[in-house]
Structures are given as C-alpha cells and as structure tokens.
Design a protein around this ligand. Sequence first.
Ligand SMILES: [Zn+2]
Length: 365
Amino acid sequence: MTEKEIWDKAYKRIFELYGNVPDLRIVSRFYSEKHAFMQYEVGKYFYNLANLRREAEEAGERLIVKAPVASCFVAYLLGTTGENPLPAHYYCPKCKTVEWMDGKCVFDLRDHTCACGETMKADGFDIPFETYLPYAKKLKTVDTVPENYQQLFDSILSHFQRSLLDTAIVCKRLEKATGICMDSIDLNDLEVKHRFLTGDFEYLVGSGGEKAIKQMITLAQPLMYHDLLKLIGLAHGTCTWRHNAEQLLSDGICSLADIPATRDEVFMTIRDAMQDCDFHDMGFAFDVANKARRGYYREHGMENYTNSTLQMLGLDSWFGSYIRVTHYMSTKALAVLELKYSIILNWYQVYYPREYQQIIADYNI
Ligand SMILES: [Zn+2]
C-alpha cells in the first residue's frame, strides 16, 4: 500500500466508527495528523505495525506497541494501538451521536444510554499528537519495521513496549486460565477502582514501584482514574514529584487536576491558555513542553520572554516554577498503557485470585 492509500484507509475507518457525518472535531484531528505526519511516512510504519500486531494475535500472543504511538489517532484508526487519543467521549454505535466528556478519562466513564435507547460506547484518553512529532521525524532514518512476524523477534524491542512485554504475556496466560478475554473486562469495575484509589491494590505495571505510588496516593488522594494517571505520569518523570508537585499539593497551592504530569499536559495547558489568541499555531506550546521534558529550564533557566508570556496567557506563577524544576517528563501515553494493564491485572487478582497467584509467581513483572 502507498502512503496515500494508507491514509485513505484510516479516513474511511472514521466513517465506520462515527457514521456518515462524523463530528468535525474528529475529522479535524485526522487532518492535523495527516498534514504533520504524512511527509515522514508514518502511515506505512503504523500500517506494518498493525499487521504484526494482528499476526501476533492470531498466533495467540499480544503485542503492545511503544507507548508514544498511542498519541496518534491515525494509529488507532489503523489498529496499531487500542488506545484512542481523542478527548474522552461517548459514541452511539447505532445512531452515531457523540458526546464529549472533556477533562475526564475513559476509565472513569460509567455506562450511558443514548437518546435513541442504545448503550453508548466510551473511548478517549485526550493525548495530543504534537508530542509525537520528534518520534515521527526519526522514523525514516532510524527504524525499519520488519516485514513479517518471524523477523519481528530480531527487532521486537525497538518497536514494542519493553516494560509491558511480560505483562502482555501474563495477561494472555490469565485469559487462557480463566476463560475471560481481557478485552471484555470492565475497566471501570468499582471494586478494582476503589482499591486503586485507596492504595489497596496488589500490583501496578511499571511506574517505579507500588510503594512510591501508594505514598503519592496517600498525599494526593486521587478521586478518579484521571487523577491516578497524573500520579503515574509524575512517578515516571524526574524532579516532577519530589520537591515539586508534592510540595505544591502539600502547600495547597494547586490541585492534582491542575498539575501537568507529563510533557503532553504541559503542551495542553499552554495550548488551552492560548485559545483566545487570534492564531492557531502551537509552536510556542510545543517548544515549552519540549524544554520542560528534557530539563532545559532546570539547566539553563527560563528566558524572560517565555516567563512573561506564560504570565500574559494567564497561567499561575506556580506553573512556570514547576517546569523550571523538572529534569525529565514522561508521556501521557505511557501512563495510559500502564494504568490500563494494571487495571486488567488487578481485575483478575480480585475475581480470579487463585489463577492470578499461580501465574504471577512465574513472572517477575
Ligand atoms: Zn443513539
């Protein structure tokens, strides 16, 4: 398939999912990604990865692509990732109505019935595509996707999420042992959710250890998975939590919901603050997010121009102070993947404890 054919295929998928007249917000996101990424042949990369993922599933395995891929709506449309980066929303499989749930996380969306009587589907993690640009630019020069499943094993770790490989294997074993497909698990199960939000959970994928996260939960008191995603993102960064976000929360300067835990959220905070500007270029927001991500401000200080612009945009002074301290900021997509698989594993632990204990003992995940 040519690059253009792949983008056409993804475009058609929008209409299958969202009906003959999809919400403009959805179509517009597609075109933004097309104009930003097509020149780097991102479509071919995602398309090949989607095929490998499908082959693996047919062979009874599960592969989880590298987390940043979940920033791309086109990757979701092609089946490369199961995570939809649009803002959280309900959509009706029958009459195709869409209801946006801005500021929420799909894991927090309860069952909802459409005006037409059909049960709506919930989706969306609200991840901007702009933070994928540095990865897209490298694709042509660095990575070559293997053409078949056999070759895959040679380069598997360059394309798939290393920290989640064992988790994926454990999930497949749990599926076989319990007869419950992980895709059918209710990710908003109230018992599992209660355990997570009170820190009374068994296991959290990645993110630097359960103990650290449990301490964060005690201080921050998350009310929703949306909040927990923040804590996971903060745990992945360097100089994001300790002596930084932790202090802001302890001193009551801001709430957990306000804190940009990842580079994506720094971008989104500035993007949203720029809503009233009479232009739509997001170069400034991207530049600040990128510098906060790699600790540029910590090392070199923040230019007066940036500092005064953040103030001019109405952002509180703690926002600038916070990103002047960060040394490294992770991606929202990684936090999403880790939370998703953590919910799945803990669901099996709650409802099938015997099978869970047997299988988890074999793996050092
Ligand atoms: Zn409907």
